[in-house]
Unconditional design. Sequence first.
Length: 270
Amino acid sequence: MRIVQMSDIHTGTPLFRPEMLDAAIEETNALAPDLVAVAGDLTTEGYRWEFEEAKSYLDRIECPNVVVIMGNHDAKNVGYRHFEDLFGLRSRSVTVPIPEGEAKVVALDSTKPDLAEGEVGRENYAWLDSELRGWDRGPRIAMVHHHILAVPGTGRDRNNLRDAGDVMAILRELKVDMVLSGHRHVPYVWSVSGVRIIHSGTVSSLRVRGIIAPSYNVIEFGTEKVAVNLRRPGEGEEPLASFSRQAVTTSEVFPELERFVRYDKASMQG
Ligand SMILES: [Fe+2]
Ligand SMILES: [Fe+2]
């Protein structure tokens, strides 16, 4: 399957560059991906007009499967209400038809109103588990705005996913193929215990760090290989990472997950 992963659109200030988002969307339509994953931070301050502006661009994506999640900026000023009005549920699971079956995408809302940091939260673990455990029709994909692992070249790390350890252990247990994240505005890839953790940069803003230019990711999830390519809108592509399709891990952890992480059973989502 082919995935376009973009994040950190950041409408709302002169740092937003519409020509970059225009180019990224034109290129996305030409790529005809199976899934477009928009990994949060559509806006800068969470204002309705910023969401409306972001939506006016995202509505031009022709892919039938566009999954959009919240970022911390979208949770400012009670922006999550506008998100819900314009994009629907903040957490949801979606199945995506692909040539070799069906991918399962679980979109998580890691944001907290007006906070830069985030967490998935214990109340969501059982739901995440029930959606992904044993899924065998295709890739298992999670989306979460905040970074689970530190991203290099981003300065001091103050707001990674607060429950990163628990979430990482669950993703490992569930044999998740890929986690798609944004937030740090630097594209980077880790592979830990068979879980590929793929960060996209900022697609259309000048809120960059150091020498890293605005970009988005194109992921080719093939039968033999998983390739992640970096695209600068309107300026071509370079390889970012590649993995074998069969997740490679040299470690195994033997104790049951519950020794480390206990699910909150009281509030399972549907
Ligand atoms: Fe951002
Ligand atoms: Fe963010």
